[in-house]
Design a protein around this ligand. Structure first.
Ligand SMILES: NC(=O)c1ccc[n+]([C@@H]2O[C@H](COP(=O)([O-])OP(=O)(O)OC[C@H]3O[C@@H](n4cnc5c(N)ncnc54)[C@H](OP(=O)(O)O)[C@@H]3O)[C@@H](O)[C@H]2O)c1
Length: 256
């Protein structure tokens, strides 16, 4: 059987790493994986994980999806430019699959994550726009919408931390809300975070489906949060509900 060629970005860690390992180690060798990372000095982790099983199924290549390191550039412009690089080839061969890692933060606003959410909301718009056009070329776009996943993601230095000068300069009330938010995140990760293997299963569903959906949700536990958004289209119910969930500690409303 002809191998399916798969290009994966961000394979030095996290979801990209796990997906590359799973596909490159496929017992039936169904996939030829081009695992890319911006820093090839990190490739040992991937090579260790595939443990020599990668002959004919794995090539590791250097790819920085953007020359600018900011969240908006990496998540949005990097995603679009990577897709655009492969569209002419996919159109010419008459088929293709594009799978993008989406986020709960691309479907709902989250406090202290303005830039991240803006980037992921924008990815939703970009993918939806592309999907409408690309179906005419037999190219399917799917978003794999993740809730919390246990990866290096939270250690990313671009994310705000209490010690950051940006947070040191803010008022005491904002800092205290940030501390409550961090406690909430800790609880959510403890109770609901998935492992990268769970995410890889959803990627495989999408890859192997003959008629892939546009959105796949990896974590059903987070779906109830969608109802305030859908039931009250003016958006205010979602904002009140999220504020209550995040900033009420032990069920008590925050005291100003
Ligand atoms: N973990 C979560 O809770 C969660 C939840 C929802 C959505 N997601 C999404 O899942 C995706 C993967 O994140 P992860 O959780 O697997 O985090 P991760 O372990 O931090 O992996 C991120 C990967 O992206 C790479 N990367 C960063 N900037 C890049 C650039 N300019 N060019 C190429 N590669 C670059 C990193 O490479 P370096 O090692 O070189 O930095 C790393 O391999 C992201 O889109 C994230 O938004 C994650």
């Amino acid at each position: 059987m002809e191998q399916t060629v798969v290009l994966i970005t961000g394979c030095s860690s996290g979801i990209g790493l796990s997906l590359a390992v799973r596909l490159a180690s496929d017992p039936a060798k169904m996939y030829k994986v081009y695992a890319t990372m911006r820093n090839l000095a990190k490739k040992e982790r991937l090579l260790d994980c595939v443990k020599g099983l990668h002959k004919d199924t794995l090539d590791i290549l250097q790819l920085d999806i953007t020359d600018q390191g900011q969240i908006l550039e990496v998540n949005l412009l990097g995603t679009i430019s990577t897709i655009q690089a492969f569209l002419p080839g996919m159109k010419a061969q008459g088929h293709g699959r594009i799978l993008v890692t989406g986020s709960i933060g691309g479907l709902k606003g989250l406090p202290f994550n303005e830039v991240y959410c803006a980037s992921k909301f924008a990815v939703e718009g970009a993918c939806e726009s592309l999907a409408i056009l690309l179906q005419h070329f037999n190219i399917h776009v799917s978003l794999i919408e993740c809730g919390p996943v246990n990866t290096d993601f939270l250690d990313n230095p671009q994310r705000a931390e209490p010690g950051d000068c940006s947070l040191q300069q803010v008022d005491a009330h904002t800092r205290s809300l940030y501390d409550t938010y961090l406690q909430h995140c800790g609880m959510v990760f403890q109770n609901a975070a998935q492992d990268t293997e769970d995410i890889v299963k959803v990627f495989l569903d999408a890859i192997q489906s003959s008629n892939p959906a546009f959105r796949y949700y990896t974590n059903n536990a987070l779906l109830p949060l969608s109802s305030p958004k859908i039931s009250a289209l003016d958006g205010s119910q979602y904002i009140r509900t999220m504020s209550k969930i995040i900033f009420s500690t032990n069920g008590k409303e925050e005291q100003k």
